[in-house]
Ligand binder design. Structure first.
Ligand code: NAD
Length: 502
């Protein structure tokens, strides 16, 4: 059990001197819920307040350090993550239920993010434009916000903290993060790697628990920006509460209802590999998971038959077993919610052609909640299962006649995160890329698979316009300052019509 880590000890300290008795909670292995992974303190609003104060006082010195020096500290975190990759990947598998290659992928994503953000520390930091007046310079630079509050989900418990913490630190901020109560040890381990690399301990604070410390963080007057990743309903609450206490920069990365469109001319082998990876990877618990398979009618019958065979062969089990394809879902409540959506779909006329139930007999996984990888056919775009995020291993097949109809179905939901089109026809592919209303669109690749150097995020209810990763990832953690330097030695008036022919 992860217990006496530095960060946990630090966060177990009383706000005003000395250790105190504090209530705690545990995180458990979703494959075997009796196995405790970590014990964490349940923080209160007072603890959040203390964490914000500490981060604020450390931030002033941090912001005075040259940006390349901050970048070097981030690069050093990447080196530590690389050295500890196997151990950290295993922790992700144990606490978040991801299969081994996904746990490793999660840590690798954080390593890649460290390299990318460290590089940004020696890259262009603003714009320089020619001034409209003589002997005058005009440029922009970036300034920190102060203290940034971060509220993160359980399903990318190291990668998402890396997407937020590295750019926030590079921009010169202090950070208080509240990781998900379902995978807090991963957040703690990530922050410990940061501290080991030399990031000042007070600068980077972690608070633990559920909605109470999260809400206290979002509404704290000393927190200048709130960066939230999670579900749409929680994101709405966090944004409303944060804005209630005064204008703040609030960035939201929320859910998805991602679709894969398959036209009649597609390479069906490629489609099958992509659909399996997109829909059932991470047990369908990615924001970008493929949830709707929109098939042009000519390929539907053959493809569904082949898909059923492939899905039936997926091996469920302990994520640490290298032979396993699909791990558990995160909690029993999550499993019940997913089954409720499958049952509602069947009541509305859909049919589970493979899966459709819970598996309780998975060897070595007592008490784990395993949802059978499920394919539903006969789904109509109006069905609940076709409109709401399932966040589980359930793929809804919707048949259409034309590309235009397919695009209408893709765009008919309130989410706009990721979509994919499979076709060999160049014109259809580009027409779809232009018409699909999502933040990320793939051609002949599944809806999951974002890369660090490009922006990640969605349209419509998936977010509020910010993007994570990529060169723009720093925008939600900094303000732009515009600088004018006039070295003419006289008053030169801008915003005045100086032209003689006026
Ligand atoms: P969640 O919304 O249940 O929880 C997210 C965080 O919010 C957790 O830290 C939780 O403790 C906190 N929280 C819960 N209630 C709160 C409240 N009332 N006030 C303040 N904070 C509160 O989400 P989850 O189950 O952890 O994650 C899954 C969701 O996250 C899915 O909808 C998924 O699509 C989404 N997600 C989105 C992205 C993205 O980048 N767009 C990435 C990963 C996950």
């Amino acid at each position: 059990m992860v217990r006496s880590t530095h960060v946990v000890q630090q966060t177990l300290q009383a706000c005003e001197g000395g250790p105190v008795l504090m209530s705690t909670f545990t995180s458990t292995n979703p494959a075997r819920p009796a196995e405790v992974v970590a014990e964490l303190p349940s923080h209160t609003a007072a603890d959040v307040d203390a964490a914000v104060s500490r981060a604020a006082s450390a931030q002033r010195a941090w912001a005075r350090r040259p940006v390349p020096e901050r970048a070097e500290a981030i690069a050093a975190v990447g080196a530590i993550l690389t050295r500890r990759k196997r151990e950290l990947a295993e922790l992700v598998s144990r606490e978040a239920g991801k299969i081994r290659i996904e746990g490793g992928g999660e840590v690798q994503e954080a390593i890649d993010m460290a390299a990318f953000v460290a590089g940004q520390g020696r890259a262009a930091w603003g714009d320089v434009v020619p001034s409209e007046l003589q002997d005058k310079l005009a440029w922009t630079t970036r300034i920190p916000i102060g203290v940034v509050g971060m509220i993160t989900p359980w399903n990318f418990p190291m990668a998402i903290p890396s997407w937020k913490i590295f750019p926030a630190l590079l921009a010169g901020n202090g950070v208080v993060m509240k990781p998900s109560e379902l995978a807090p040890a991963c957040g703690v381990a990530f922050v410990e790697a940061c501290l080991e690399a030399g990031i000042p301990a007070d600068l980077l604070q972690v608070v633990h628990g559920g909605p109470e410390p999260a809400a206290a963080l979002a509404t704290h007057p000393g927190v200048g920006a709130v960066s939230f990743t999670g579900s749409v309903p929680t994101g709405r609450k966090v944004a409303a509460a944060a804005m209630e206490v005064g204008p703040k920069l609030v960035s939201l990365e929320l859910g998805g209802k991602n679709a894969m469109v398959v036209l009649d001319d597609a390479d069906l082998d490629l489609v099958l590999d992509g659909a399996l990876f997109g829909a059932f990877g991470t047990s369908g618990q990615r924001c970008t998971s493929t949830s709707r398979l929109i098939l042009q009618r000519g390929v539907a019958g053959d493809l569904v038959d082949r898909l059923v065979d492939r899905v039936a062969a997926l091996r469920l089990g302990d994520p640490l077993d290298e032979q396993v394809d699909v791990g558990p879902v995160i909690t029993a409540e999550s499993g019940a919610r997913i089954m409720g959506m499958v049952e509602a779909a069947v009541a509305e006329g859909a049919k589970a052609v493979v899966g459709g139930g819970l598996r309780r007999d998975v060897p070595g996984c007592d008490g784990g909640t395993f949802v059978e990888p499920t394919v539903l056919t006969g789904v109509h775009p109006d069905h609940r299962v076709a409109r709401e995020e399932v966040f589980g291993p359930v793929l809804s097949v919707i048949e259409v006649d034309t590309l235009d109809e397919a695009i209408d179905v893709v765009n008919s939901v309130e989410y706009g995160l990721s979509a994919a089109i499979y076709t060999r026809d160049l014109n259809s592919a580009f027409a779809a890329v232009a018409a699909i209303d999502t933040g990320i669109t793939y051609v002949n690749a599944p809806t999951i698979g974002a890369e660090i150097p490009l922006p990640f995020g969605g349209t419509k209810h998936t977010g509020n316009g910010f993007r994570e990763a990529g060169a723009r990832g720093i925008e939600q953690f900094s303000q732009v300052k515009t600088v004018y330097v006039d070295y003419s030695g006289r008053l030169q008036r801008a915003q005045i019509d100086n032209r003689s022919d006026a």
